[in-house]
Design a protein around this ligand. Structure first.
Ligand code: TXA
Ligand code: MG
Length: 334
């Protein structure tokens, strides 16, 4: 269903920022869909306790109904209220990383959150640090269920133009911020298992968690989709329309393999984009990755030839997680 979408600017210096957030908060109260900026990526939000509204999120994105949503809160007590159990590890983690790009999976306490949790016994909860997201939650007086604001399967939206492209006609209200997202979705940590496990890596890394809380988190075997606990892992994700191929191996070999492949593809009439990601600062790659993938489609590239990044630890591990998914495992080792 196509909607008449109201679009407002809430970036630095935007004149009607407060008014726009109030309009968006009213929309949430009325069971409508609102795209709002967070520090990671844009979210497509609705009142978490309004089953119909949450149903519309799945419809608007074309998201499979068995992939649960994150509930966004604006204070820690609201997160505690959602859960049956709040382990000591949760306290430590939120002290160090909330508000911020960390999502906790905990036992769900509310039977009427079924739509949000896709029927699981757990609920994912996050306190974002972006002031517009926090104001929206507070002014609506609701908790906001929100997946990333992209059409299912496409890269998450990190720029105004991505949101306009994917969400116009789908959301009732869109709040556009300046183009300065962190660029990767939040780190998802499951606290319902004996040992906490990272289900989705992000800016908050295993190493940072160890350093700041002393907690040694495990890492879910995301590379084995059938075993992956985060249901989002099993779907094709972040994929550009262009074919994305990742080259791994010693630097010089990778570069010459990319050069050769480029020549071959161009001979076959293909338009080729090269992304030498390993030569850029990791933070920049994280912030720009989804934009680069979407740009490849705007400019009608047929093939993207990319280097991997060092995925041994930290942010590199998180970046590589997204890149491998975007490539659908299309990796050439040289
Ligand atoms: O940074 C973010 O997390 C952004 C912004 C908008 O907050 N949101 C986001 O939502 O990335 P989404 O729906 O695109 O990704 C949520 C991930 C999915 O992989 C989903 O399967 C997982 O979290 N998830 C949600 N609830 C879960 C649960 N109860 N148990 C395990 N995984 C869960
Ligand atoms: Mg998503």
């Amino acid at each position: 269903m196509t909607k008449n979408t109201k679009i407002f600017d809430v970036g630095v210096g935007a004149e009607n920022r407060e008014e726009a957030i109030l309009i968006a908060a009213d929309a949430i109260k009325n069971g409508e869909l609102v795209v709002f900026p967070t520090e990671t990526v844009y979210g497509l939000g609705a009142d978490a306790f309004n089953e119909k509204a949450v149903g519309r999120i799945f419809e608007a994105k074309g998201r499979p109904g068995d992939n649960p949503l994150i509930v966004h809160v604006a204070d820690i007590d609201s997160a505690k209220d959602l859960t049956k159990d709040w382990p000591e590890a949760a306290d430590k983690l939120v002290k160090s990383f909330w508000p911020g790009p960390l999502t906790l999976v905990l036992p769900n306490r509310h039977p009427n959150l079924k739509n949000v949790t896709a029927g699981l016994s757990t609920v994912a909860v996050r306190f974002p640090s972006h002031d517009c997201a926090v104001e929206l939650i507070k002014k609506s007086g609701r908790l906001i269920a929100a997946p990333s604001a992209n059409l299912s399967g496409r890269p998450s939206t990190t720029r105004k133009k991505h949101v306009i492209e994917d969400m116009t006609g789908k959301a009732d209200v869109i709040l556009l911020d300046d183009d300065d997202r962190l660029g990767l979705e939040s780190t998802v940590v499951d606290l319902t298992t004996e040992k906490p496990v990272i289900l989705r890596p992000g800016w908050v890394t295993k190493e940072m968690i160890k350093e700041r809380t002393g907690i040694d988190v495990g890492i879910d075997k995301a590379s084995e989709p059938e075993k992956a606990k985060s249901p989002g892992m099993k779907y094709k994700h972040y994929a550009p329309e262009a074919e994305l191929i990742i080259f791994e191996g010693p630097d010089e070999k990778v570069k010459s393999a990319i050069r050769e492949r480029k020549i071959a593809e161009e001979k076959a009439g293909k338009k080729v984009l090269i992304l030498l990601l390993s030569e850029l600062p990791l933070e920049d790659v994280a912030m720009n990755l989804f934009d680069e993938l979407r740009k490849a489609d705007y400019y009608n590239f047929d093939v993207i030839l990319a280097t991997g990044v060092n995925a041994d630890k930290g942010l590199g591990f998180s970046v590589m997680n997204r890149l491998l998914k975007a490539a659908g495992g299309n990796v050439i080792k040289v």
